[in-house]
Design a protein around this ligand. Sequence first.
Ligand SMILES: O=C(O)[C@H](O)[C@@H](O)[C@H](O)[C@H](O)COP(=O)(O)O
Length: 232
Amino acid sequence: MAASPDWRIYSSSQQLATALATEVARVLSAAIKDRGTALLAVSGGTTPGLFFDALSQQPLDWKRVIVTLVDERLVPESSPRSNAALVRTRLLRGKANAARLVGLYHKDANAEEAATAASAELRDLPMPLDAAILGMGTDGHTASFFPDAGNLDALLDPDNEALVLPVHAHSAGEPRLTLSLGRLLEARFLALHIEGAEKRAVLENALAPGGYLPVSAVFAHAERPVPVYWAG
Ligand SMILES: O=C(O)[C@H](O)[C@@H](O)[C@H](O)[C@H](O)COP(=O)(O)O
């Protein structure tokens, strides 16, 4: 059954960051209460910085929070393109420093080997995810589901049992690692965070009848409305 987007519109990036951080903290706090631990997956790129700043200030029992990545570039944390490094510097600060980061990158491993190793590590975590926050590129990719990925069919197959998949796409720059669509859809709270008129138009086109981009698959297969946090 297709889920509709549930637009949450803010007049500034800061207001959006505060609202999204408040909602994610509420979800994580409920998870800690219910099962003693909370599992959050976040995206990288340029959009989530303010959200990370706001979330890091939320009063949570951070030592019970495990943070992982929706996707990662095949680069070490010393690279400015590392999503793990972004999470360490912007999210795991102050009290949030007590959270545990389980990244996807593995030194000296190619994308396939790293995906296998990361899948094994994630299998030991208390899946499903409590919260997953997706981003989106102007080409309609979300997570690392790039339109020109060689394995796009596998990436967009909601029944694929994999946890982490390797991605090779010319447009992505370096090889990538991504959580599978199925694991993202299982998240108790799944949201898309996009900003700017261009991304809004891309998403509206992707969700219009006949429109099809990788991000469309999230809405096509989600069983609940997916909140779209947007600021212009
Ligand atoms: O590592 C990444 O690049 C991501 O996790 C990716 O899916 C991101 O969300 C989009 O590419 C949007 O990126 P921007 O926020 O930089 O536009």
